[in-house]
Ligand binder design. Structure first.
Ligand SMILES: [Zn+2]
Ligand SMILES: [Zn+2]
Length: 99
């Protein structure tokens, strides 16, 4: 059984998995511990959920999300927001004012 510490807000704990197939990073194939949290607004609202390893995920501040996405993520009150490389580029483009 693999147990990993986690922290959500002020709560600490361990997540344990029992021989499940370890998720693989969608970018490099290493074991993935994160999912892209970038909101996808389409039919309903969900997140990108691309599987990412530590190296391929980039943690961003909530305020870096475009405003329409921020409204959505606040409902979930995420501790951290991790994004995949494609969505990081998307955010950086927005920040440069390149619409
Ligand atoms: Zn990776
Ligand atoms: Zn993504």
């Amino acid at each position: 059984m693999v147990c990993r510490p986690f922290k959500i807000g002020n709560a600490h704990g361990f997540v344990c998995s029992r021989g499940e197939r370890a998720p693989r990073c969608s970018q490099c194939g290493k074991p993935a511990e994160k999912l892209c949290d970038f909101p996808i607004i389409g039919k309903g609202v969900k997140t990108c959920d691309k599987k990412l390893c530590d190296a391929c995920a980039t943690e961003i501040e909530a305020e870096r999300l475009p405003i329409q996405f921020l409204a959505f993520t606040e409902k979930k009150e995420p501790d951290t927001i991790d994004v995949c490389p494609a969505h990081l580029r998307f955010i950086e483009k927005k920040e440069k004012g390149d619409q």
